[in-house]
Design a protein around this ligand. Structure first.
Ligand code: NAG
Ligand code: NAG
Ligand code: NAG
Ligand code: NAG
Ligand code: NAG
Ligand code: NAG
Length: 397
C-alpha cells in the first residue's frame, strides 16, 4: 500500500557470475522505526479532541479539498482505509468476533497485502521472494496466532546474531567492537561498555523529557551524546542527515521492540503473502466488503456527525473509521478528519525512510562452503547501514 516497487528482473541468459541465474532489484519505501501501519480507531478521532500541532515534514498538508463527490453512494458501519495486514486483520477480527456486520475496506492498489508482497522469478518459480516484510520474529505473537489458526506452515528463517555489522566503513561482529572501531569517542564516556539495548533502555528512561525536543535526533543527541546519536542512526539504518525525523514519542514503540525482539525469525514456506491471503479469504467469507483500486482521497465529517469518505468511485458514509495506512499515503488524504490525524503529534512520531533492497537467487548456496576468513556468509546475512542499503542473502533451498 505504501510501497512502490520498482522491479527489474534480469533473469536473462547472460549471468555475469558463475552460478548466478538471476538478479533482481527493487526500490521499496519501508517504515523502519515503529509500525508499518498506523491504526487509529474512530474513538480517537471523536469530536472536540484538541489538536497538538507540530511541524510536519510534509508540505501539502492543510490544503483544502476540492475533490468532487462521487454519485455512487455506499453506506458502511465501519470503513477501513488500507488493505495491508493491519486493515485485513481488523476487518477479519471485527467480523469473526461478531462486533460488526457491515465492514468495508478500501485499498488503493490493485492488490491486497501492502508491504507484504512476494514475487517469484521466472526461472525460480518455487522461491517466493518477499520484497517488503520477509520474516516474523518469535515475539510477534499475533502473527503466530494467525499461523496457527490458518494452518500456515512456517520454516525457520534465521537467527540474526548480528555477526556482521557495518558503520562508517568499519565492520565488526558485535556492537561493542563496532562502537570501538567506528565511534571511538563513545569508548571514553558513560556508554563505554553499554550494549545497544542498554543505551536504548537509558534513552527510554528519559522519555518523559522527550516532549522538550522536537525531533528524535535532538533527543538522542542530548542523552546519548552526538556520537551516540550517530551510532543509533547507523544501527537503525536512518540517515542521520535526514530532516524528516520522527519525534521522540516513536521511542515508546522502538524501545519496547528492542527489548522483546528475539531476532529468531521464521517465515511461511509459501512466503509472507500466505498471511494476508488467509486473512483476506476469511474476511470475505465472513462478509467483509473489500474494494481494491479504490483510493480514499478525502475523509471528513458530514452533518450527521458520521464519517464521509470520497474514494475513486464512491461517496462513503461510515459510523466508525479505521485508518490502516502508513505515513506517506496518509499524508495524501485530504479533508478535516484526515487533517486532524496529520496534525497530531502521534502522527509525527512515526518514522519512515526509503530503502533499497536487492535480491539474487543462486543455483547453489555457494557461500555455505566459503568460510575463509571472518567475512564468510552464514545462513542469512543482513547488512544494515546508513547508506540506505539493506542486503540479504537467502539460501536457495
Ligand atoms: C513539496 O512538494 C513539491 C511538489 O509536490 C515536491 O517537489 C517537494 O519535494 C516537496 N518538498 C518536501 C520537503 O516534501
Ligand atoms: C525460534 O523460534 C521458533 C518459534 O517460536 C522456536 O520453535 C525455535 O525453537 C526458536 N529457535 C531458536 C534457535 O531460538
Ligand atoms: C487446521 O487443521 C486442523 C486440524 O489439523 C483443522 O481442524 C482445521 O480445520 C484447519 N484449519 C484451517 C483453517 O484449515
Ligand atoms: C568498562 O569496563 C572496564 C573494564 O571492566 C572498566 O574498567 C570501566 O570502568 C567500565 N566503564 C564504565 C563506564 O562502566
Ligand atoms: C524538560 O522539561 C521539564 C519541565 O517542563 C524539565 O523539568 C526538564 O528538566 C526538561 N528536560 C530537559 C532535558 O530539558
Ligand atoms: C491542521 O494544521 C494546519 C496547518 O497548521 C491548519 O491549517 C489546519 O486548520 C489544521 N487542521 C485541523 C483539522 O486541525
Amino acid at each position: 500500500m505504501e510501497t512502490s516497487y520498482r522491479v527489474s528482473d534480469h533473469s536473462g541468459k547472460n549471468g555475469t557470475r558463475k552460478g548466478v541465474f538471476l538478479k533482481y532489484k527493487i526500490v521499496a519505501v519501508i517504515a523502519i522505526v515503529v509500525l508499518v501501519a498506523l491504526v487509529l480507531l474512530a474513538a480517537f478521532l471523536g469530536p472536540g479532541r484538541k489538536r497538538s500541532s507540530s511541524e510536519s515534514c510534509d508540505n501539502n498538508s492543510g490544503q483544502q479539498s476540492s475533490i468532487a463527490e462521487q454519485t455512487t453512494q455506499l453506506s458502511c458501519d465501519v470503513a477501513i482505509v488500507g488493505g495491508g495486514i493491519s486493515g485485513l486483520y481488523v476487518a477479519e477480527t471485527l467480523l469473526r468476533l461478531q462486533k460488526e456486520t457491515n465492514v468495508c475496506l478500501f485499498e488503493r492498489d490493485d492488490r491486497y497485502g501492502g508491504r507484504i508482497h512476494d514475487h517469484s522469478f521466472q526461472r525460480a518459480p518455487d522461491i517466493p521472494v518477499s520484497l517488503g516484510a520477509w520474516r516474523v520474529d518469535e515475539s510477534h505473537s499475533t502473527v503466530w496466532e494467525i499461523f496457527k489458526r490458518f494452518n500456515i506452515s512456517v520454516s525457520y528463517a534465521a537467527k540474526n546474531n548480528q555477526d556482521r555489522l557495518e558503520a562508517r566503513g568499519f565492520f565488526a561482529t558485535d556492537i561493542l567492537t563496532l562502537k570501538q572501531k567506528a565511534f571511538p569517542a563513545l569508548s571514553h564516556a558513560r556508554f563505554q561498555n553499554a550494549t545497544y539495548q542498554q543505551m536504548l533502555a537509558y534513552l527510554a528512561s528519559h522519555l518523559k523529557d522527550g516532549a522538550n525536543f522536537t525531533s528524535l535526533s535532538d533527543f538522542e543527541a542530548e542523552y546519548l551524546t552526538p556520537e551516540g546519536f550517530q551510532l543509533f542512526s547507523h544501527m537503525n539504518a536512518f540517515n542521520p542527515n535526514n530532516d524528516c525525523q520522527p519525534n521522540p514519542q516513536s521511542l515508546t514503540d522502538s524501545s519496547h521492540k528492542g527489548t522483546t525482539f528475539t531476532h529468531n525469525y521464521s517465515r511461511p514456506v509459501n512466503g509472507l503473502s500466505a498471511i494476508t491471503r488467509a486473512l483476506k479469504t476469511s474476511a470475505v467469507k465472513l462478509g467483509a466488503k473489500l474494494y481494491k483500486d479504490e483510493n480514499v482521497r478525502v475523509i471528513q465529517e458530514n452533518q450527521e456527525n458520521q464519517f464521509k469518505l470520497i474514494t475513486t468511485r464512491y461517496t462513503v458514509t461510515a459510523k466508525k473509521l479505521v485508518l490502516a495506512v502508513p505515513v506517506n499515503p496518509m499524508k495524501q488524504i485530504k479533508g478535516s478528519v484526515a487533517e486532524r490525524v496529520q496534525n497530531d503529534s502521534i502522527f509525527d512520531s512515526i518514522g519512515f525512510m526509503e530503502a533499497f533492497k536487492g535480491f539474487a537467487v543462486f543455483e547453489e548456496a555457494w557461500w555455505q562452503s566459503n568460510t575463509a576468513g571472518s567475512r564468510y556468509l552464514a545462513d542469512e546475512q543482513e547488512l544494515l547501514s546508513s547508506s540506505d542499503c539493506l542486503g540479504f542473502t537467502v539460501p536457495y533451498k
